[in-house]
Design a protein around this ligand. Structure first.
Ligand code: GRF
Length: 211
């Protein structure tokens, strides 16, 4: 029998958390079969922490400056995430590069949303770079996180057209709206597939033994 338990998620953020908000709203609305066990931010001022608190989700801060070294910070982050035993780690505007040991620990279970049509425009300032390059199409990508920055397998993409009037800001807003649409769907698909995989690997029920 397939598990009915919601997908257990830990979300990592650094800022506004609008993608996180959509996940929380979709969970509350029954559209996304998941629960956010914790939101962890590397920025104590991230507005997303307030969004988490409002949704009664534990909101934690793990800041680089609280640790003597990058390695110590990364260990603390890994331990915090592990403590919530997530089935999926969702990066939602998290501005740190995860170390190899984190990615290995949650191999195939860390998703990211990136504001470009990968493999184009990995890294930062994607909207301005798309404009500078004279692109006519731009968009967002959901992808698995691997050791290659923004280079893991693509899960979902959504396109927007670029018009001559566009600025980096207008483009950002249109792409963000697409991010909100595709991220939740990609996570829901993962939750459903996990159930299907679970159902396939469960042993067939035994027929009752005769008395
Ligand atoms: C999004 O554009 C996302 O693609 C990028 O960071 C931004 C986060 O936005 N990785 P928000 O914090 O979810 O509003």
């Amino acid at each position: 029998m397939a598990s009915a338990a919601p997908l257990n998620i830990v979300a990592l953020i650094s800022g506004d958390g609008s993608n996180l908000q959509v996940l929380l709203d979709n969970i509350a609305g029954g559209v996304l079969s998941a629960r956010v066990a914790a939101v962890i931010s590397d920025q104590s001022q991230a507005f997303g922490l307030q969004r988490a608190a409002r949704a009664k989700v534990p909101a934690l801060v793990v800041e680089r400056r609280s640790y003597p070294s990058v390695a110590a910070f990364q260990t603390a982050l890994l331990r915090q995430v592990e403590a919530f035993t997530p089935e999926l780690v969702v990066l939602a505007g998290f501005m740190q590069i995860l170390p190899a040991r984190f990615i290995a620990r949650f191999a195939g279970r860390v998703m990211n949303i990136h504001p470009s049509l990968l493999p184009k425009f990995k890294g930062l300032n994607t909207h301005q770079r798309a404009l500078n390059a004279g692109e006519t199409r731009h968009g967002a990508s959901v992808h698995w996180v691997t050791a290659e920055l923004d280079g893991g397998p693509i899960i979902a993409q959504a396109e927007v057209g670029i018009t001559p009037a566009d600025t980096a800001e207008t483009l950002r807003q249109r792409v963000l709206a697409q991010e909100h649409r595709i991220y939740s769907r990609a996570i829901q698909r993962f939750a459903q597939n996990r159930r299907a995989a679970c159902a396939q690997t469960m042993p067939m029920p035994m027929s009752p033994s005769s008395p």
